[in-house]
Design a binder for this molecule. Structure first.
Ligand code: XMP
Ligand code: MG
Length: 175
């Protein structure tokens, strides 16, 4: 059990299980992109540890970059706007693989896919370490999934609770 700020979390996925699954994902991704030289787009902050471990399990040439997704209420009836920050690369005509820590409702994913499609990418796929299928509200499913997990809050291995807990080497679940 670990306490972060005011909440208690219990061990959920061990470091060994994460490592084993990421090795499998690395093989799958390498085979998918064997002759392509894709651009891997890691979504900060949560994906930084997953990204570092996954790319070292990929054995075909890839380029790696990092973005943020800014989310704010705009003067629109559709509610929250999500904007991509920090993308310097020209993605026109390229194969893009987005790296996410977790897909929850799928809203962030939907916005990312739309934004990259608008930039004229050749293909867009998504690899996520965690997916909450019961929380997903949007149609687009990630193409590569590490673990499907129940609709409970998790921390560790890059994921945070109020900015804390990213350094934990296992994934913990809210008690
Ligand atoms: P969706 O798919 O709903 O996810 O757009 C938006 C973002 O919410 C965060 N998220 C979590 N972060 N533990 C976390 O530490 C969780 O259980 C969790 N669920 C969602 C995450 O940043 C995701 O990108
Ligand atoms: Mg995130």
């Amino acid at each position: 059990m670990v306490k972060i700020i005011d909440k208690e979390f219990i061990p959920y996925i061990t470091a060994q299980e994460i490592s084993n699954r990421i090795a499998e994902m690395g093989i799958e991704i390498s085979e998918t992109y064997r002759n392509e030289k894709p651009l891997l787009v890691s979504v900060l902050n949560g994906s930084f540890i997953f990204t570092a471990d996954l790319i070292r399990r990929i054995d075909t040439p890839v380029e790696v970059t990092f973005i943020r997704v800014a989310s704010y209420e705009a003067l629109k009836t559709t509610g929250k706007v999500r904007e991509i920050l920090g993308l310097k690369e020209n993605v026109f005509g390229r194969d893009i693989l987005i790296l996410e820590d977790i897909v929850d409702t799928g809203t962030t994913l939907e916005h990312l896919l739309e934004a990259f499609r608008d930039l004229g990418t050749k293909s867009i796929k998504v690899a996520t370490l965690l997916h909450k299928p019961d929380a997903q509200e949007k149609a687009d499913k990630p193409h590569f999934i590490g673990f499907e997990i129940p609709n409970k809050f998790v921390v560790g291995y890059g994921l945070d609770y109020q900015g804390m807990g990213r350094e934990l080497d296992e994934i913990y679940q809210l008690r």
